[in-house]
Write a protein that binds this ligand. Sequence first.
Ligand SMILES: NC(=O)c1ccc[n+]([C@@H]2O[C@H](COP(=O)([O-])OP(=O)(O)OC[C@H]3O[C@@H](n4cnc5c(N)ncnc54)[C@H](OP(=O)(O)O)[C@@H]3O)[C@@H](O)[C@H]2O)c1
Length: 326
Amino acid sequence: MKAISYSRYGSPGVLEPVELPKPVPKSGDVLVRVHATSVTSGDYRARSLDMPPGFGLVGRLVFGVLGPRRKILGTEFAGVVESVGSKVTRFEPGDRVFAYPGANFGGYAHYTVMDENAAIARMPGNLDFDEAVAIPFGGATALDFLRNKGGIKAGDCVLVIGASGGVGSAAVQLAKSFGAHVTGTASAGKREMVEALGADTVLDYTSRNPASGENLYDIILDTSGTATYSGYGAALKPGGRLLLVSSSLWQMLAALFARKTGGRKAIPGYAPERAEDLRFLANLAESGQFRPYIDRRFPLDQAAQAHAWFKDPARKGNVVITVESG
Ligand SMILES: NC(=O)c1ccc[n+]([C@@H]2O[C@H](COP(=O)([O-])OP(=O)(O)OC[C@H]3O[C@@H](n4cnc5c(N)ncnc54)[C@H](OP(=O)(O)O)[C@@H]3O)[C@@H](O)[C@H]2O)c1
């Protein structure tokens, strides 16, 4: 089968086409013929080892100390179950599925295997592969931070910093689905996109400080790595939560140890990969409340170009890689 592989960290040029044997599912695995995968910030970090300041060692421990441990990227994929192991009960050949292998990767190939009990679920019936594939990374991260870590509820005022990105574009839609009033930040050319996602207000962070003012938000969710507690704490209402999806180690420690009043909190953390979250997100997609924003699509043999575009300042939302079948 065809795949895209890399054997050293570096620029998009380290991604190379290779020919590999088709994987064989173990007894608890499903074999999936991949139709689409994507470039996420997880793929970008694993390829480049460009980590937030203070997390360089963590990056090497997760992705491989001397070089990439998992040589085929793809934190999320969508496709059709081709065959199943002898003990598989949840899936059968022909099922349309989407999956979130996360740091186990594997989507940049014509076929991949996944444990049936891992983060894999049936695709929402109303989306094609190249839309469903962009649900897991952004959707599950936004869901975990907003609902599980942030305790979002109807009527909350939510500020999403980085609303035009992969996680932020999902967070705007999810926060709206929970009944929140949502303000999103984006650079000037991305205002219309964030409005179309459903944000009630869009702020251009390049010309206006989104944190100016006091007691404004129940939740501030930062995907940009720019929000410090000292800069944003006052904009939280009493009891408000600053959700640090992305931050440097120093920013995270400063936020955790900052003196906070009125029950305000800073919450960093990792969003796990869970099948139940994929099922929740599929239902949300089917009800029309969540549709991943797709910017550009690239064929698998242009994975390097897809990675280069991912870091282009003009990129909005998700970059999808389509995988030719056969
Ligand atoms: N904790 C976890 O479990 C977890 C899970 C997933 C991802 N992450 C991390 O979350 C981060 C975001 O991921 P992503 O996939 O959403 O990345 P992304 O698509 O690149 O989005 C980043 C966003 O940040 C905005 N931004 C850049 N500079 C900014 C600034 N100075 N002020 C305000 N906004 C700014 C960008 O807006 P413009 O394009 O408009 O400039 C963009 O919307 C990454 O660092 C990733 O590693 C963490």
